[in-house]
Design a protein around this ligand. Sequence first.
Ligand SMILES: Cc1cc2nc3c(=O)[nH]c(=O)nc-3n(C[C@H](O)[C@H](O)[C@H](O)COP(=O)(O)O)c2cc1C
Length: 167
Amino acid sequence: MYREMDFTEISGEALEQLQRGAFLTVSDGERANTMTIAWGTIGFMWKKPVFMVMVRYSRYTHEIISKAGEFTVSFPLRGQLKDALNVCGTKSGRDIDKFKECSLKTEKGQAVDTPIISDCDIHVECKIVYKQGMDESSLADIIKESCYAGGDYHVLYYGEILRAYRK
Ligand SMILES: Cc1cc2nc3c(=O)[nH]c(=O)nc-3n(C[C@H](O)[C@H](O)[C@H](O)COP(=O)(O)O)c2cc1C
């Protein structure tokens, strides 16, 4: 049973959990994949509630999300799925089926075709409204050194939050 919520109601718990890990799930209609994320923002832009996720070019997830129009983010708030967060944050969907490997149950999104991870507590479903590869020349040196020593910059995907809900 899910309760729909305003994005302002989920943002505190979602951002707190995000730092420990959440599942970014993507599908281009043919392939689906999920990966652990810890960076992102929730905000209000272009008159819309927006969730922004950062995906490095090297990720299999990037291969898929770059062709997709949407994504979901699922947050486990009670310490569950810790092993799955670890596997999904270290193994690539190019090499293994992470849903199978981690026995992750999924269900169809309510407003998007991309699945959500069932055993999580909060879910957001997003439609991509803007994407932007990072511009290295505009980045502070301190962040370049601490986060991009090996290059592999992020692409920022801004998703309009179509639905936010919790169990
Ligand atoms: C806690 C945690 C947070 C992570 N956050 C991000 C992130 O925000 N963006 C990103 O591109 N990779 C992030 N990663 C790395 C990816 O999850 C990891 O490289 C994953 O294996 C990529 O899977 P894929 O190749 O199937 O897309 C994170 C990893 C961990 C463990």
